[in-house]
Every structure is written in C-alpha cells, then in structure tokens.
Design a protein around this ligand. Structure first.
Ligand SMILES: *[C@@H]1O[C@H](CO)[C@@H](O)[C@H](O)[C@H]1NC(C)=O
Ligand SMILES: *[C@@H]1O[C@H](CO)[C@@H](O)[C@H](O)[C@H]1NC(C)=O
Length: 428
C-alpha cells in the first residue's frame, strides 16, 4: 500500500515538468531525425535536478542567440524519453551535446551563455577556420577570445600537425589559419609558417628547435601539442567543477584563489583585492611562472573544500599538483601575505620543500566520493524536496518492511486481512 502511494507521488512529480513553447522538445524520434544531417545543440535534462533549473534562463539566451544560425537547438526530458539519453550515453544532468548525423560532442566547459554559444559555433564549423579578410581578423581580435592561428601555406608538416591538433581540441578553443599578408598586419612573425596563440591582447609564438629529419615529425607533433595544451587557458581563468579536469591536463601546478561570490556575482571588496594581486602576479611574471604554474580563481567554496577535505576559510589559496593531486597551502593567512611572501611560497613548492597534503590515495578518493555524494544530495534536495524524500524514503520503507516481516512474522501471520492483501497483489 505504501509503495503504491509513493508511486502515485512519483508520477505526479513527473507531470509538472516545466515546458517553454519556443524551445523544441525532442522525443524518441530524435534518434532518427539526427540522421537527416545538420547540427543540433541538445540539452538532456530532468525536471527535478537543481542544476537543470539553474541552466534554464541561460539556455533561453542560447536559444535566442543561435536562432539565425545553422545550429538547431532542442532539449530532451530524460525522465520521459530515457531511451534518447541512453542512445547518447548521458549519465548526468544536465548534459549539453552538439549532435551531428553520425557523431556527437559533449560540452565540458562552464555553463555560461557565452561558453555554450562558442562551443556550438566551434563544433558546427571546420576544425580550422580560414580567415580571408583583414577585417575578419580585426573582428576576431576584438572579441577578446583566446585563439590559435596558423600563418602560411596550408600544406606541409606544420600545417598538418596544426590541423590534427585542432580537430582533437576543437571543443576547447578557436583555431584559425590566415595568409602571411593578412597576419603580418597584426603580428610580428620572424619565420613562416608559424603558429601563435592570441590572448589578453598579446600573442605568443610557438617555436620549434630544428630537429634531426628522422624524428622531426614526431618532434613537431610533441612540441606543438605541449604548446597548445599549455597555452589554452588565459593567465587567470575561472575554475569550476566543469572545467577543472581540463585545467589539470595542463600538467602544471594549479594556483587557485578561492573567493566568495554572492547571487549577483559580486565578490566582497577585500577578496577582490586579494584576487587581483594574484592576477597581476600571473600576468606580470609570466616569464618566470608560466612553464610551471597555471594561475586561476574560483568562487566554488565546495570545490575548494573537496580538494582540501575540510571547510576552508575565505579567501583562500591552494596550489594543486596536477599529477599527484596533492596540494599545498601557505602557513599564514594568504590575505596578510605580501607579493614577495607569495612568490617565496611558490618557490618552496618548485623546490619541493613546501609541506604536501592530500593526494590521490585510495582513502582520499573514498573520502572525496563521500563528500561529493553528500553535496549532490543537498543539491537534489534544493531542486525538489518531494522527490528526494521519495527516493530516500523508498529504500527506507522497504527496509522497515523487511525488518518488520522478519522480526514480527508471527504478528503478521495473525493478521489475516493483511495477508489477503499481499496475496492479491502477487497475483496482479
Ligand atoms: C602526437 O602527440 C600526441 C601527444 O603527445 C599523441 O597523443 C599523438 O598520438 C601523436 N600523434 C602522432 C601522429 O604521432
Ligand atoms: C607533483 O608532484 C610530483 C611528485 O612529487 C613531482 O614529480 C611533480 O613535479 C609535481 N608537480 C607537477 C606539476 O606535477
């Protein structure tokens, strides 16, 4: 009986899924429709998840922005169409994918309007976009986006390697190619062909030492991979749960400033000052630190707590070793530290004399999983208290029932009516 009642609640919850008329709701037939070709940006969601609710206003902007492009936008309610989610290997909600006739790509960046739109634009074009007009390059630069550019004839080893890497990392950055004539108006290049990254109004050129011919292809492949991997973030990006794995792939030490941000995305003044001081260190001393450190900031207190395994005070400074996942924290209150003291702290990390905490040992990972489970549950609770109660209550109800039937079997026997009920249900 209890079970039936719970089921009724469960179904009722499913029916109150919010729907906006102007966002295309996709169903089971999407599995076939995609084969007709074209590009689809699809959101896989469930009505009860808190993250999905938070994405809704952002998604509305994305739909608006992509209205007049060749990318069609749709969404799939995976509680009603679980087969569609399964067909695309969706396991967490919300998941955003760019879907082509025979391929699909998962969005892994921070879920902001700008990032999602950029992802859709990038993935619906060729891996390397050709810039054929001088004004286009001016436009691209004015967008303040990080991009990689190849300059020279579109043939040969350097071009092939660039194209290959662009195809692999298309989801994460913009890749362009331009002729010498167009590029020279914007950047100083000594030797062609060349590859450079443009970020924060500066450009940094990839350089390869002349190798011996036999290993040249491999050498260029390795060094260009390394260059692009290390340069694909700005000097002080924002870190979230969504992009931290990508940032860790730089294989550097990640210096993370943790601050608090309120609902209006405002950071308290003293935290801004602290964050800015680390930001200018990252920019002004790029020559000294770029090879070893990726500076970044986050407003996710939870992320910081997950790394350090305790509730950290804010603002905070953590240096994360991207290979071992061990971390370093200064002994003193970071806000009180002078720029020199911060630099000294970084120096002790490079020298291996700074104390090391945490890491990726099994016990740590277990604890991390526990921490994650707890916060996910809290998030779900915020999203839909009724469903959480049902989800938690269901196993608890069964457990109580089993316990009841085991311990009090004789009481159950005595209760004729109850047994009648059970037998009926079994026949159904
Ligand atoms: C190029 O280098 C990357 C990473 O170093 C590697 O994964 C890839 O297999 C290499 N490609 C070729 C064609 O050697
Ligand atoms: C992380 O720790 C390992 C082991 O101590 C060390 O070899 C490595 O240089 C450290 N730094 C990074 C960025 O991996």
């Amino acid at each position: 009986m209890i079970f039936h009642r719970l089921l009724v609640i469960f179904v009722a919850v499913l029916q109150v899924s919010p729907s906006s008329k102007w966002i295309l709701e996709l169903g089971d037939n999407f599995i076939d429709v995609r084969k007709d070709g074209g590009y689809w940006l699809v959101k896989f969601y469930t009505p009860w998840c808190g993250q999905c609710k938070r994405l809704e206003p952002i998604w509305a902007h994305v739909v608006q922005a992509l209205k007049n492009t060749h990318v069609r936008v749709g969404k799939v309610d995976c509680t009603i169409f679980p087969n569609v989610g399964k067909a695309f290997d969706v396991t967490t909600y919300p998941t955003i994918k760019l879907v082509k006739a025979d391929d699909d790509f998962t969005f892994e960046g921070e879920k902001t309007t700008e990032e999602i739109i950029n992802f859709a634009i990038r993935m619906s074009g060729p891996p390397v976009q050709l810039v054929t007009r001088h004004e286009s390059l001016t436009n691209i630069k004015s967008m303040n986006q990080l991009f990689f550019m190849y300059v020279g004839e579109t043939e040969g080893l350097l071009w092939n390697t660039f194209y290959d890497i662009a195809s692999k990392f298309q989801a994460h950055a913009f890749y362009y190619a331009a002729s010498e004539e167009i590029a020279r108006k914007h950047v100083d290049l000594h030797k062609l062909p060349a590859v450079f990254v443009h970020k924060e109004n500066s450009h940094y050129v990839y350089s390869v030492a002349e190798g011996d011919n036999a290993i040249e292809a491999e050498h260029i492949n390795d060094t260009m991979h390394k260059f692009i991997n290390e340069e694909r973030f700005e000097s002080f990006p924002k870190i979230t749960e969504a992009n931290i794995n990508e940032v860790l792939r730089t294989r550097k030490y990640i210096v993370i400033v943790v601050v608090e941000e309120n609902k209006l995305l405002q950071v308290p003044k003293e935290m801004v000052e602290f964050r800015d001081s680390i930001k200018s260190l990252a920019k002004e001393k790029r020559h000294a630190y770029h090879d070893y450190f990726q500076f970044a900031w986050t407003n996710s207190h939870e992320l910081a707590n997950n790394i350090v395994m305790q509730i950290v005070p804010l603002p905070y400074l953590i240096v994360l070793n991207s290979t071992t996942l061990e971390h370093h924290v200064p002994d003193d209150d970071p806000v009180q530290m002078s720029p020199d003291a911060i630099e000294y702290f970084l120096k002790t990390i490079l020298e291996g004399t700074a104390p090391v905490y945490g890491g990726d040992h099994l016990s740590m990972r277990l604890y991390r999983t526990y921490f994650k489970a707890r916060t996910t549950l809290a998030d779900r609770w915020k999203g839909n208290p009724v469903l959480t109660t049902v989800l938690l209550g269901l196993p608890l109800g069964f457990f109580t029932f089993i316990l009841y039937s085991c311990c009090c079997a004789n009481i159950l026997d005595a209760d004729e009516d109850e047994e009648e009920d059970l037998r009926h249900e079994k026949k159904d």
